[in-house]
Design a protein around this ligand. Structure first.
Ligand code: ATP
Ligand code: MG
Ligand code: FE
Length: 352
């Protein structure tokens, strides 16, 4: 099926077009630069930027895909989770398109889109590798840090672990800020860490002590790590010493990558799952990719790492999830659906 997907849950306005598992277009406009001086995404600023970007982005996607909108089989859109004021812009655009064209509308779960996108990670014209079942999905971004078990992408998805405070990307952004590095912090810390010693400072691995493991074995926590980095930097400043930015960055990055990968592999083993997929902006992190590769290989787990451009928020991930849902014969959502900022991962297709 030919499906157009709209994504606007956070700071990317994106429209993707797929034919089944073939990627035809994936246009992304990000308002990240507008948020730089605040050190994080500002919801009001993001929703206004979505309003300005949605029209041009849609037009570019249709031109790139070289299709006529009347050929579409369905319109898919992120219905949640995400920022309310951002979600409603994409949803309004999708509803309008579906109504004007007389096409079915599917309101979909953003997190499940991050998993479905793997179907697009193959050379153009070649068939897609089907998603392995079951798969453990590790989603790490500015807004999420989650472990999901995925039996069937169109309906059997469950959360088995999540962060109890900050998301991994948020921790990167906050630590960058206290080191005086620009936003977004992920890529700059990754870069700075290349010249540092990851064992210079032993930062805490959240929720790994025995009493925490009893209740939060597969959950994450990064606020204690952020505080530990802040305290270390402050102490060094009070002592009048230079801050070894590369060593702090490398040691922080090591703590994040270590705890994320250890818990993900533990979860896969515990659930008897032999396949893992990673998604979200932090999946671009070099140490995380490297360490996860080593640890999954040692545990006999097949790891899929979609290319970075497909890991960050994009419309094609929603379009390809829409195509799977259409193929599975699921009923459209209908034009009455609303955005749900806290949409649970168990709901793949939203109903009104
Ligand atoms: P959502 O959480 O809804 O998916 P988002 O916009 O916060 O939305 P993404 O766009 O997927 O998430 O990712 C952005 C985050 O990824 C930022 O926090 C950024 O610092 C982080 N990031 C990007 N590149 C890297 C990297 N190389 N290493 C670590 N973090 C990175
Ligand atoms: Mg983003
Ligand atoms: Fe996302």
């Amino acid at each position: 099926p030919l499906v157009l997907g709209i994504e606007s849950s956070c700071d990317e306005t994106s429209v993707g077009i797929v034919r089944g598992e073939q990627l035809l277009a994936n246009e992304v406009a990000s308002s990240m630069e507008l948020h730089a001086r605040f050190g994080g995404v500002v919801p009001e600023v993001a929703s206004r930027a979505h309003l300005e970007a949605i029209g041009p982005t849609l037009r570019r996607a249709v031109e790139t895909a070289d299709i006529d909108l009347s050929e579409l089989d369905a319109v898919a859109v992120t219905a949640g989770p995400g920022l309310m004021g951002s979600l409603v812009v994409g949803l309004a655009a999708a509803k309008t398109l579906a109504a004007v064209l007389g096409k079915p509308l599917y309101g979909l779960n953003h997190l499940v889109g991050h998993v479905a996108v793997d179907l697009l990670d193959h050379p153009a014209g070649e068939p897609a590798r089907p998603l392995a079942r079951p798969t453990l999905a590790l989603l790490v971004s500015g807004g999420h840090t989650q472990l999901l078990t995925v039996g069937d992408i169109t309906g059997d998805v469950a959360e088995i672990g999540t962060t109890i405070d900050d998301a991994a990307g948020e921790a990167y952004d906050k630590v960058a800020r206290l080191l005086g590095l620009p936003y977004p912090g992920g890529p700059v810390i990754d870069e700075a860490a290349q010249g540092g010693d990851p064992e210079a400072i032993r930062f805490p691995r959240g929720l790994t002590a025995p009493h925490d493991m009893a209740r939060h074995r597969f959950d994450y926590s990064f606020s204690g790590l952020k505080t530990a980095v802040a305290r270390w930097v402050e102490t060094r400043r009070l002592e009048g010493g230079e801050i070894p930015v590369a060593d702090v960055a490398a040691s922080f990055q090591e703590a994040v990558a270590d705890v994320i990968t250890a818990k993900a592999v533990d979860a896969a083993r515990h659930h008897g799952i032999e396949h893992m997929i990673i998604g979200g902006g932090v999946a671009a992190n070099s140490r995380l990719r490297g360490l996860l590769g080593e640890r999954t290989a040692a545990a006999g787990i097949e790891l899929r790492r979609p290319r970075p451009g497909l890991c960050t928020d994009n419309g094609a991930m929603i379009a390809v999830l829409g195509a799977q849902v259409v193929k599975a014969g699921l009923e459209p959502s209908g034009l009455g659906i609303g955005a749900d900022s806290g949409l649970p991962v168990g709901t793949v297709v939203v109903r009104d």
